[in-house]
Design a binder for this molecule. Sequence first.
Ligand code: ADP
Length: 485
Amino acid sequence: MLPLNDPQLLKQQIFVNGQWRDADSKDTLAIDNPATASKICDIASAGLSDTQLAITSAHQALQSWRNTTASYRAEILKRWHDLILENINDLAAILSAEQGKPLAEAKGEIRYGASYLEWFAEEAKRLYGDVIPSKQGSQRLLTIKQPIGVVAAITPWNFPNAMITRKVAPALAAGCTMIVKPAEATPLSALALAELAQRAGLPNGVLSVIVGSDAIAIGKALTDSPTVTKLSFTGSTKVGKLLIKQCADTVKKVSMELGGNAPFIVFDDADIDQAVQGAIASKFRNAGQTCVCANRFLIHQDVYQEFTDKFVAAAQKLILGNGADTGVTLGPLINADAVKDVHTMVCDAAKKGASRRLGGQPSSLGTNFYPPTILTNISANMRVFNEEIFGPVAPIIAFETEQQALQLANATQAGLAAYLYTQNYARIWRFSEDLECGMVGINEGIISSEVAPFGGVKQSGNGREGSKYGLDDYTEIKYLCMGGI
Ligand code: ADP
């Protein structure tokens, strides 16, 4: 890992009730660098009693935190935001080392992650209620919004920083307290964030970060607890469904950001160079390991050849390597299993008739690397068409009519993002309205922003993160009926 200016940001313990602690069991967990396959460090591996302590302290802290003013909470969130940006180089070094993404991308994620803290610090002050005209002259009707309580967050390894702040910021801004369980592959960024939160003056117990090798046991303790009133999860659809079931017994509110299978649709009237630029950004960001990555390229037959040739030429310019090295634009995948999964999908497509226009064989750089890969002659029975690829593989399929493109785009149970390239404004409206997804990029390949609502429909989940709607997931509406007036 690149040397840190502030080595105190590399934490090796869990953070519970404002204290840095070893696990009660003294168990540890090794954190590896996916680019070099070497160990970065060992960290404490939490178990049931540690999780229980985090829940109890979050509940205690809630009693005072929920009664603080929005401006008080906003001040702490703003200070935390500023500290993150002051330490961006160290945070990016930690993130790139544990996750693999190139340093420039890691810095982008940290700026993006911090933006949620600033945004929700401001939004906290606008948590308005309503006064409702009553049917009775003697009554006055009101609503107030209140924090939902103790929230648990379970987060994935693809955005070790931003997936944390996207949940913590609205929760804390609304007056909730939170226990974060980051992915066991990438907890160092979450722990570094907790260190900075403490420096920003966050009271003990308002935020705890626990991580352990037994995610199932920690998840069960969090979902079984009646004290935890909400779960916010980002991760695979399979685990999300399981967690929804686990939350049923205590009737928890859930927010789910699950897998995607985004279509990237290019019509014959599109600006092809702009589409290629968007395709590279959308497909190869984080080596294809994002839930909004373009997963299926649907290209009108009249521009299929031009788009494919230009896309291959642009993808050839990507530089695969260790994200800490200068000039590298495509890092490793998270681990060797991920490479195996991606390659198995490519082989399935090849066996069913796909052509490898670029890449398609494991890289000689190491077990965790997979090169940019572009496949043509794709059909709807291939795994790359039906499943989330989560790697740098772009399958291209040609279409003839708008109706056919829409049918292909919607032929999935996932409904997170979609991308649409055309200059025809009537088609933009028509198509955007008919796409079964939560977000549409129109002549744009990168759509995430703290000011906009992020989330999906169908089996991609529920709830929205960011934007003016983001606080809703962490609040309850209480109705007050005043009589005798
Ligand atoms: P991915 O396939 O991207 O690793 P997962 O859904 O497996 O996505 O993991 C996302 C997060 O969910 C991680 O923090 C992981 O530790 C956690 N997790 C995985 N399985 C479970 C489970 N059964 N219960 C609770 N958390 C889980």
